[in-house]
Design a protein. Structure first.
Length: 151
């Protein structure tokens, strides 16, 4: 059974959703599951705190990626983006074998349910501009600056 727990972090309140085996969501919006803290939500919170402090560059939390086959391919590709680096939507489209799917890649990013761990904040526009982020462009900029500083 999936449950969630609300945590207060350096960047505000976040909701971490997990079952007994996998984290299934990290968001700023309260999910529709029952509220209950478990070992995975605690571990995830601890690792996120370390990340926000610039002390962690990767996560070792078991996650469950959901969505369409296309969305899963995109999200799995995002996991390969190194800490402190950025790629464009077109770069991801090329990597998944569909160079013309930049907009679809953007929509798949938008469906990312496990923000921070699946680093959709590392994807930028082809002109280098920051575009769309569930936490807002200011937070996206802060995360990229944090990573650039701690590379």
């Amino acid at each position: 059974m999936i449950s969630y727990y609300k945590y207060t972090t350096k960047i505000g309140e976040i909701y971490i959703s997990a079952d007994d085996n996998y984290v299934v969501g990290i968001s700023f919006k309260e999910p529709e599951y029952r509220e209950k803290e478990n070992l995975l939500t605690k571990m995830t919170f601890k690792q996120l705190e370390e990340y926000f402090e610039g002390k962690r560059k990767s996560f070792d939390i078991p996650i469950k990626i959901t969505g369409t086959d296309f969305q899963k391919r995109v999200l799995k590709e995002l996991l390969k983006i190194p800490y402190g680096e950025t790629v464009t939507y077109k770069d991801i489209a090329k990597l998944i074998g569909n160079e013309k799917a930049s907009r679809a890649v953007g929509m798949a990013n938008n469906k990312n349910k496990i923000m921070f761990i699946i680093p959709c904040h590392r994807v930028i526009g082809k002109n280098g501009n920051l575009t769309g982020y569930a936490g807002g462009l200011n937070l996206k900029k802060q995360l990229l600056e944090l990573e650039a500083k701690n590379r």
